[in-house]
Design a protein around this ligand. Structure first.
Ligand code: GAF
Length: 395
């Protein structure tokens, strides 16, 4: 058993006095490229990382129709009647979640899954443990949603497929937690495969696995978690989303997916500078995802560095979602020889990634640490990741 599986099992025992019916887990993700394109019906290219959330789950023996959830994130468990979930969620826009925020993820999944399946199953106990860094832009929330949804899908015999479970995770995030996110993170957490990234069309939800071949090319992917915490239920994320919707409305299209690079001169004439730059980021980022997929297939991972760098510049200058710590990480990694680097995830904090030579992990890490120290930033958390398996039943 992994440490996280052990911890979830021990927490379940503490909560219930018995062993769980099973263990289900789901990973966090790194997005290789394609940021803030998902809710614009565009393209993304994430992969699942080895860090996972484990849910130890059991049907309640007392036959009571309640769901009880405990987590290493919180001192106290939360217990709710299954029948009451529909009165707690959806959370009214702008209001606090009806339960503590950490519990809104698994309970929101229980609510959304019961709704999708047309019924809730028996009462359950759920104990959650995770080694996905929280607030680091690595989708710790999608990992909770994926593990919980996989468990309830099995224990309630709901028979839903992975895409349906990803939609349930997103619904929990949007309507129970109140974060207006897209579907990338949940799809990455559900569909991850070792050694491959997931090329996802967020309009059709058609997904293709793209072999990354990072290790074969003698390379590694370094995650540089700045430890600057971010949250998408407040502030900038929702504002960016609103700008994109405004841009699409001005262009007279359903979403920015329908705007191409060739349309940008017209967009610039029609809209204010800030809206135009938001639009330009999304439109060029969609193109960069397509270019990255083609480059990976034709030339391999060594050739994608410039696309990663261009993506970071676009997020920093046009979408304005970077922070000094992310820029410092990217610049220091590139100066130390990284082939490419960019912030990953929603921004306003969190992590950046660098594509580096496999034998340069220490050199690049030293350079990033030194740059953080020189700027007076707290030390970052640096580690390498390899593409890993998606949500699954572990035991
Ligand atoms: C966050 C969101 F949850 C995703 O849906 C996506 O929009 C991402 O930010 C930005 O690409 O991770």
């Amino acid at each position: 058993m992994t440490d996280t599986q052990d911890t979830a099992t021990a927490l379940f025992r503490e909560l219930t006095g018995r062993t769980p019916d099973g263990l289900w887990s789901a990973p966090g993700r790194v997005n290789l490229i394609g940021e803030h394109t998902d809710y614009n019906d565009g393209f993304v290219l994430p992969f699942a990382i080895p860090h996972r959330t484990v849910a130890a789950v059991g049907i309640r023996e007392d036959g009571i129709g309640r769901v009880r959830v405990a987590s290493t994130f919180a001192a106290e468990p939360v217990e709710v009647a299954l029948d009451d979930l529909a009165t707690l969620f959806p959370t009214a826009t702008g209001s606090e979640p009806a339960v503590p925020e950490w519990a809104a993820y698994p309970l929101g999944v229980a609510w959304a899954l019961a709704e999708a399946a047309g019924r809730a199953g028996a009462g359950v106990d759920i104990a959650i443990a995770s080694d996905v860094p929280v607030g680091a832009g690595l989708s710790s929330s999608a990992a909770i949603e994926g593990a919980t949804a996989s468990a309830l899908n099995d224990l309630w015999n709901a028979g839903l497929d992975k895409t349906a479970l990803a939609r349930i995770g997103r619904k929990a995030e949007n309507e129970a937690v109140g974060a207006p996110t897209g579907i990338m993170d949940q799809m990455a957490s559900m569909l991850g495969e070792p050694d491959a990234a997931i090329f996802l069309d967020c309009r059709s939800l058609e997904a293709q696995l793209v072999p990354l071949g990072v290790a074969e090319a003698g390379l590694a992917i370094l995650v540089m978690d700045t430890r600057v915490k971010h949250a998408h239920s407040t502030g900038g994320y929702g504002e960016r989303r609103a700008s994109c919707e405004r841009g699409a409305a001005i262009m007279g299209v359903p979403s920015l997916r329908d705007v191409s690079v060739g349309d940008l001169p017209r967009a610039e004439e029609l809209m204010d500078d800030v809206t135009f730059r938001r639009v330009r980021h999304v439109v060029t980022e969609n193109q960069r995802v397509l270019d990255t997929v083609r480059t990976l297939r034709e030339q391999g991972a060594r050739a994608i560095g410039d696309l990663l760098v261009a993506s970071h510049a676009s997020m920093r200058d046009d979408f304005e979602i970077s922070v000094p710590e992310l820029d410092t990480a990217v610049e220091a990694a590139l100066a130390a020889g990284a082939l490419g680097a960019r912030m990953t995830g929603g921004g306003f904090g969190g992590a950046a990634i660098a594509l580096i030579e496999a034998d340069a992990v220490e050199t690049v890490s030293d350079a990033v640490n030194a740059a953080f120290a020189a700027s007076g930033f707290s030390a970052p958390h640096l580690f390498t990741v390899t593409p890993s398996a998606g949500a699954q039943r572990d035991a």
